[in-house]
Design a binder for this molecule. Structure first.
Ligand code: ADP
Ligand code: MG
Length: 356
């Protein structure tokens, strides 16, 4: 039968996307300036994430893959101002339960000596051995869900779509992570290694976008830089504090929306890909409400094509809630209605002033 650990792990690592998200976030948390993601068979056979970050300290080897062991959280207050992505200490532990999992790590002060770490399904450290390694950490996840036949079948069936979803997520991390080089590749069983995309560590977000989506985006995009001053709304529903969408903040709030979006032009040859990426304080997230609001502004300018949007909402951490449900990072914006109205007004004004 399935163990409790397995079942709980299956709620943290729900699909290929969550594997990649957790591993890339660990690499970013470790201060990496280079992250390589290598898929075999689109992730079905293997996902490997290699970084040049600070590595894992030998005194942490025993605990890194134990449930709720994290080196990142020092107090409860830290939860509200998350400087790091990780804080639950569940990803590595879950991956031990759901895949053939291995870690190779080398700290700079250990010199050239790397250590290979093998774990039991429970996350308990099984063995360490000396292995050659560069500075940083490489995490290998082979045969995801090998021990959960139903999930494994599902993954096999949907692997193309899953891989597509994963690439979209990696585009978002690669574009927003200024100062970090990303290199993503895939190797099919009988094919050769194919580079999916790569970015440079010394590039701007715009250069990252061009690297990922191609040089035609260069002429098709304009800079987005909106400063919104949002007055607290006092709608009839504001007492219903359970309803986050209408929950009002009592102070005015400032939101900056920065990034790159399609020029609002109608016609051929200047289209950017219809990709949309949203971030809150540089963290990739889903913001369908914001997407809808921006799309509406384009429609009002008679642009029929769905726009390219790369938008980072910079705002006070009091202005939103991060839903820390393990499988996703959904964001709940306080006073959302006022924010969306203000955004639409500002974007419309920007388009009216743009010479196109
Ligand atoms: P969390 O990220 O919530 O702390 P994880 O299970 O993702 O939990 O990771 C457990 C611990 O393993 C981290 O707190 C960190 O100390 C260490 N770790 C994981 N991945 C890396 C990495 N790529 N580089 C350095 N340390 C890592
Ligand atoms: Mg983590």
């Amino acid at each position: 039968g399935r163990s409790v650990h397995q079942i709980q792990s299956g709620q943290v690592i729900v699909d290929l996307n969550s594997v990649v998200k957790e591993l890339v976030e660990n690499s970013l948390d470790a201060g990496a300036t280079s992250i390589e993601v290598r898929f075999k068979n689109q992730g079905l056979d293997s996902v490997e994430v290699q970084d040049n970050g600070k590595g894992i300290a030998p005194e942490d080897f025993d605990t890194v893959a134990l449930k709720h062991h994290t080196s990142k959280l020092s107090s409860y207050e830290d939860l509200t101002s998350l400087d790091t992505f990780g804080f639950r200490g569940e990803a590595l532990s879950s991956l031990c339960a759901l895949s053939k999992f291995q870690v190779l790590t080398a700290r700079l002060d250990d010199g050239a000596v790397g250590k290979k770490l093998d774990f039991e399904v429970s996350g308990k450290l099984k063995a360490t051995s000396v292995a050659s390694a560069q500075k940083g950490t490489t995490v290998t996840v082979d045969e995801l869900f090998y021990n959960l036949p139903v999930r494994r079948k599902e993954l096999e069936k949907n692997i193309k779509r899953e891989y597509g979803k994963v690439l979209s997520l990696l585009y978002a991390y690669a574009c927003i992570s200024v100062g970090v080089r990303f290199a993503v590749s895939n190797q099919m069983p009988k094919g050769k290694k194919v580079v999916a995309f790569s970015t440079k560590s010394n590039a701007t977000t715009k250069e990252n976008i061009v690297n990922v989506f191609g040089s035609k985006t260069l002429i098709a995009l304009i800079k987005l830089d909106l400063h919104l001053d949002i007055e607290p709304s006092r709608g009839p529903n504001t007492q219903g504090a359970r309803n986050w969408a209408t929950q009002a903040t009592d102070r005015s709030m400032e939101v900056r929306i920065e990034g790159h979006i399609s020029k609002p032009v109608f016609g051929e040859g200047r289209q950017a890909p219809d990709r949309q990426m949203f971030f809150v304080n540089s963290r990739p997230c889903q913001l369908p409400q914001v997407s809808k609001a921006i799309n509406e502004v384009y429609k009002s300018f008679n642009v029929s094509q769905s726009p390219f949007i790369f938008a980072n909402l910079v705002m006070d951490t009091n202005a939103y809630d991060v839903n820390v449900s393990p499988d996703k990072r959904s964001i709940m914006l306080h006073d959302q209605a006022a924010l969306l109205e203000s955004l639409k007004t500002a974007l419309t004004a920007m388009f009216e002033q743009t010479d196109h």
